[in-house]
Ligand binder design. Structure first.
Ligand code: ADP
Ligand code: MN
Ligand code: MN
Ligand code: MN
Ligand code: MN
Length: 356
């Protein structure tokens, strides 16, 4: 047994005793922030008897270790050590109070302020895959190769699906925390899942998605597995992971909204490559391996759109086209995208840009 598996096996039932101890009038506040990679989360906990305060942390930049500021931006209930304890998502600013490079929220929030009269709503579909602590994709065995031939969506078959307890526990923990989780489903390969967050107005979607990711990693820690947001976790074209982003404005949601949806899609078609540069954390390098045109994906180099069809860049869901209003779905963002960068690009292209 590896050290990692041993640690996962540490007795967790005794923990209930400590959780039930009275903690006085103070509150444990877990600060959560996006680290230097722009892709991973970090956290640390402070005992407070006030609202969350600005706190500092170590930050590595150009090989040096400096101090930066953690600025609380949104608070949730802590589903792990329960009320009155809190999770607080933070923005990272340097010591001169300038947003650090990986802090995409700050710029996103400025754009959302500019477009707020459109009342932009977003909903994101986070796909992920489960690995055991020794780095094996759960359920990925040579003899199960057959299952990749037939799509596995929404599967309810023992032995062809792994991790439902994680999916459900994550969902409950999000609801307790106050994260706007709006659904879950099993995905294309065993051990691959999805949850949806939204709809949320503006920057809020990014805050809720990042905290939902934090909760997912913590739930997986308890179950002794790892959730991967790698867009191509298996190395083959089946079971790639995305983060479809659904978008609407007040006009799109109202009567005759389809016209406004089509107008936005027209604008998106003209800025395909600009969007793909910010739809994964590596300037498109992750998505180039995911968007192959196979297994319900579109082509990296080509914009496409359709109604009720899933191998396109941007789709109009069938229920939206039938109702004549609603939202569009951008299927290009990768599972490891930064939601702030994605929604900023959508708002800039659809609501601000004037260029043809
Ligand atoms: P799919 O059919 O693509 O799998 P899902 O049911 O997984 O769709 O996800 C739908 C997403 O659309 C959810 O995240 C939901 O919050 C979001 N959504 C629903 N209505 C709107 C809307 N009016 N504007 C933006 N997003 C929306
Ligand atoms: Mn220390
Ligand atoms: Mn979905
Ligand atoms: Mn999906
Ligand atoms: Mn989708």
């Amino acid at each position: 047994m590896s050290a990692a598996s041993k640690s996962a096996g540490l007795n967790k039932t005794v923990r209930q005793h400590y959780l039930s101890l009275a903690q006085g009038a103070v509150c444990l506040v877990t600060y959560i922030w996006i680290d230097e990679t722009g892709e991973n989360l970090k956290c640390k906990t402070k005992t407070l008897n006030t609202e969350p305060i600005v706190w500092a942390t170590a930050w590595s930049t150009d090989g040096r270790l400096v101090e930066v500021l953690l600025i609380p931006v949104r608070m949730f209930r802590d589903p792990f050590i329960l009320d009155p304890n809190k999770l607080v998502l933070c923005e990272v600013l340097d010591s001169n109070r300038v947003p650090i490079g990986s802090n995409q929220r700050s710029q996103c929030d400025k754009i959302m302020e500019e477009v707020k009269e459109f009342q932009p709503w977003f909903g994101m579909e986070q796909e992920y895959t489960l690995f055991d602590l020794d780095g094996q994709l759960i359920g990925w065995l040579p003899h199960s190769f057959l299952v990749f031939v037939s799509p596995g969506f929404n599967r309810v078959v023992a032995g062809r699906l792994y991790g439902r307890n994680i999916c459900i526990s994550h969902c409950k923990a999000c609801l307790y925390a106050g994260v706007k989780i709006c659904g879950t489903n099993a995905e294309a390969i065993p051990g691959q899942w999805e949850f949806q967050v939204g709809p949320c107005e503006g920057t809020e979607i990014g805050d809720h998605l990042w905290v939902a990711r934090y909760i997912l990693h913590r739930v997986c820690e308890d179950f002794g597995v790892i959730a991967s947001l790698d867009p191509k976790p298996s190395g083959v074209n089946s079971g790639t992971s995305g983060c479809h982003t659904n978008f609407s404005t007040k006009e799109m949601r109202g009567e005759g909204g389809l016209k406004h949806i089509e107008e936005s899609i027209q604008r998106l078609s003209k800025r395909h490559s600009q969007h793909l540069r910010v739809y994964d954390p590596h300037g498109g390098q992750d998505n180039i391996h995911r968007l192959t045109g196979l297994s319900s994906t579109s082509h990296f180099h080509e914009f496409s759109t359709a109604t009720a069809c899933r191998d396109v860049s941007v789709r109009i869901p069938v229920h939206v086209s039938q109702k004549g209003c609603g939202y569009l779905e951008d299927r290009r963002p990768a599972s490891n995208c930064d939601p702030y960068a994605v929604i900023r690009a959508l708002a800039e292209t659809c609501l601000l840009s004037t260029t043809e």
